[in-house]
Design a protein around this ligand. Structure first.
Ligand code: ADP
Ligand code: MG
Length: 478
């Protein structure tokens, strides 16, 4: 190598070194300001891991550990960072993030107004070894739920990013447990199962187990009967990634939650990943053991909000694509403007349109779409029967269904019976007389009295939460 070349190289090295020094100086100024505005723990979690790497032309480049940190900072600290940059660099300041993400491989993308994000491509070597035990381990995951077919939107962005971070490093992030909450049909089950599927894709040897709180409870009750509670617990303690859906179902089930509490602790201690979903945030899970709720705060709880119009359109288009279907944009827009709160209904609508069109040989027109949207709104109210409501309510309170129809006046049965009647009135077309007949031949005045009792109790927080949980169950099954 000749001398000139060497000199040029040294010169460039020196420039880049001075850029790094400069970057450190500027970043130090910035974090001084940031530090003054946020709590110590937040600072440690989100800002300490950031490394300044370059500063030139008013542009500061920093390296950030993963996508999730970036998204979190973007959502929560954007304004603060802008302020810090303005103060330390001036109004031409720009910030470039480099995301050092081991698995992701995305081309450079521009996000937000002035923030530029790069992702390094460092695919991790995937473990190929299959442990025999794990190979026969039944995961109960549905493979159709993946990150690829989960459409990203404003309402689910953070939850998705957290789930993605966990999927790439189960047990290895501070998001343990990862607690995802939100209303019915917004993608909780999809997302938490996507984590399970992704973990297995990266490493087949991982024991991933998906279950619902309801199933967990049934199995536990069953193990009591069979005298095998020890086996039950030790089975769950062997799992690497435990995914439990709809944990609001645990409310008021003391023995089951106690067992879950111990399983939770032991998995957490071993650095195993726990992922939970619920229809409400941890703090609103009344009827659940306080100790357990405080454990949920160890990790990260993040919500999913109803999708905005754009996301709804994107979801419908994706669905059409998977059906190999072309529907004109006017119809897509009509459906997504009229079904707004529930992605399951959005999909259901499309399936129904498709079914009608193919079974009855109808063309897919705007009129047909309108008809189906209207029928979905009506179905919402009337698709459930008295029997189904009785089943849901008795399962919720863990009492035999017969007790709803019996004459017994034991308080716990009376209350369950009243609640069941209340929902029959609310969600079915049945008259008071018919409802009474279904509840052991009571007359209509008893039904009225029951409904009134429930309505009166609807001022107590704890009771509201029970009613809401049951209502969600009814809505899901209708
Ligand atoms: P939840 O568990 O919150 O009630 P689900 O996960 O069962 O909701 O979602 C309902 C339906 O909507 C599922 O078929 C799911 O695949 C679909 N879905 C939800 N969110 C999305 C999304 N962001 N992109 C694509 N499909 C979605
Ligand atoms: Mg669900």
């Amino acid at each position: 190598m000749n001398k000139t070349k060497n000199a040029v190289l040294n010169f460039t090295e020196e420039i880049s070194k001075s850029n790094t020094d400069e970057a450190q100086k500027v970043w130090k100024n910035c974090i001084q300001i940031i530090k003054d505005h946020i709590g110590g723990l937040s600072f440690k979690t989100w800002f300490e891991p950031i490394i300044p790497t370059d500063f030139s032309n008013d542009t500061l480049t920093v390296k950030i550990p993963n996508d999730f940190s970036w998204e979190y900072i973007e959502v929560h600290y954007n304004t603060l960072i802008k302020k810090a940059l303005l103060h330390s660099i001036g109004d031409k300041a720009k910030l470039v993030y480099i995301i050092d993400d081991k698995i992701k491989n995305e081309p450079e993308k521009i996000i937000g107004h002035e923030l530029k994000v790069k992702t390094f491509n460092q695919l991790s070597t995937q473990e190929k070894s299959i442990d025999v035990d794990a190979a026969i381990f039944e995961t109960h995951l549905n493979e159709k739920f993946s990150f690829d077919n989960f459409i990203k939107g404003e309402g689910n962005q953070l939850a998705r990013a957290a789930a993605y971070a966990v999927a790439n490093s189960p047990g290895g992030t501070s998001f343990n447990p990862l607690f995802i909450y939100g209303g019915v049909g917004l993608g909780k089950t999809h997302l938490i199962q996507a984590v399970g599927n992704a973990v297995l894709k990266n490493n087949k040897a991982k024991r991933v187990l998906y279950t619902t709180a309801e199933k967990f409870t049934m199995e536990y009750v069953d193990s009591i009967k069979k005298n095998s509670t020890n086996e039950f617990s030790s089975f769950y303690r062997k799992v690497d990634v435990l995914i439990i859906d709809d944990i609001q179902f645990f409310a008021l089930k003391e023995a089951t939650t106690d067992t879950f509490f111990h399983i939770f602790n032991s998995l957490h201690q071993l650095g195993k990943q726990i992922i939970l979903s619920s229809d409400k945030p941890p703090k609103s899970l009344s009827g659940l053991d306080e100790r357990l709720i405080s454990r949920f705060h160890w990790g990260l709880s993040v919500d999913i909000q109803p999708p905005d119009l754009e996301t709804r359109i994107a979801i419908l288009l994706k669905k059409c694509e998977s059906f190999g279907l072309e529907i004109n944009s006017e119809i897509i827009e009509y459906i997504s403007s009229n079904i707004t709160n529930n992605i399951r209904e959005l999909e259901g609508c499309l399936v129904k349109i498709l079914a009608l069109a193919s079974l009855e040989g109808k063309e897919i027109t705007l009129e047909l779409a309108k008809e189906v949207v209207k029928s979905i709104a009506t179905d919402r109210k009337f698709s459930i029967t008295v029997e189904q409501i009785q089943k849901i309510v008795s399962q919720y309170f863990e009492i035999p269904e017969d007790m709803l129809r019996s004459k017994t006046k034991k308080q716990e049965f009376v209350q369950a019976r009243q609640i069941a009647m209340y929902f029959c009135k609310k969600f079915t077309n049945a008259s008071l007389k018919t409802i009474g007949l279904h509840f052991g031949g009571r007359d209509h005045s008893t039904v009225i009295h029951s409904i009134q009792s429930v309505e009166e109790m609807l001022t107590e927080d704890k009771f509201i939460s029970i009613i809401n949980s049951i209502q969600r169950k009814i809505e899901i099954s209708s």
